[in-house]
Design a protein around this ligand. Sequence first.
Ligand code: NAP
Ligand code: ZN
Length: 370
Amino acid sequence: MGWQFNMPVAVTGGRGCVMRGSARLAALGTRALLVTGRHSAVACGARQDVEAVLSGVNISSLAFDGVEPNPSIETVRTAAEFARRKNVDFIIGIGGGSPLDAAKAVALLATNSLSDEALFSGDWPNPPLPIAAIPTTSGTGSEVTPYAILTDHRLHAKRNLSAQSLFPKVSFCDGAYTDSLPPGITAHTAIDALSHALEGFLSVKATPMSDAVAREALSRIGRDLQSLASFFGQPLPSALRDSLMLGSMQAGIVIAHTGTTALHALGYALTIHRDIDHGRANGLLMPAYLRFVTQAAPERVSEALSVMGYAGIDALEQTLHVLLGSKETLTPEEIRLFAQATASARNLPSTLRVPTASDLEDLYRAMSNG
Ligand code: NAP
Ligand code: ZN
């Protein structure tokens, strides 16, 4: 079968890369809107770096700092209205996946008046404003993906915007911005990155090129996860932070080509209905997902585990247990509700073994504590 590889984002990495990036930012426009969460963009120093670089090249900037975790459609509409009123001509997302995804949606809504229906149709009259992305978590890979995941509180669902035009023009991957991440968020986001590499490798959409990047990401993040487990609760070496930043970007390149699979589909209900962090949700479900997929694709699962440095699913589960602590318990009603909500997810058919409605219930049951 034929395949394509397309990575249109100009990515710069390494400590201090934003401070060296003035020319790349200046090429995007003359008046920027910084889209951030409430605290972390300042706490990690990224916003100050961006503002210093912009003022050095006479680019004016404003900030919208109201993006919540799992950003809502309402929040991105408010930010886009602000962007229009202030006549900004490019958007810089600074933060975890939530502000980066919000930045993409703001860039789109700043140039288009769209109903919710039209927003998710992918059929937009005008291109979005140019986007720059500066991750401060090592997890989502949003800095190199064409996706923006928004929470639709009306439908109680996470919904996906996806388009070539939503790829950032430039991204800056500096592990130093993650030095301020607490251990729990560090672990959850690292597990999210691992899920991306793993699901890309176990997707029906995998290609020789996505596999090449996935193997590199699995090997790197697999090694990093074991280091994280051994350091858990203690300060992390800079080299480990930098490696996680690189690995999560690589895993983002994988899902930019393959999308995600049943693991992410299952995880969304845990985030929407139980407020469980996105990466944690993936980690809680990962052993059950692998035991399920291995029945249809044992060689592929065993290759993924071996590239990650694990002898089997049980060994990976032990590391996840150290990082995740005790598991959440789901009630029988929740298991039924979550399985129903997941059955129509668009990424389910990409799974090497597509779960039926009763498989979905079994998978939630297997992840639940008791
Ligand atoms: P996040 O929701 O962006 O952030 C989680 C928390 O971490 C927030 O409280 C945030 O604080 C804090 N934080 C971020 N950076 C920090 C830092 N350097 N130091 C201290 N605290 C920091 O978490 P995320 O896991 O990165 O993103 C999850 C979102 O991304 C979900 O909505 C998920 O669906 C989406 N996602 C997108 C893609 C994609 O391809 N686009 C892929 C996977 C997941 P503040 O609120 O103060 O910033
Ligand atoms: Zn994810």
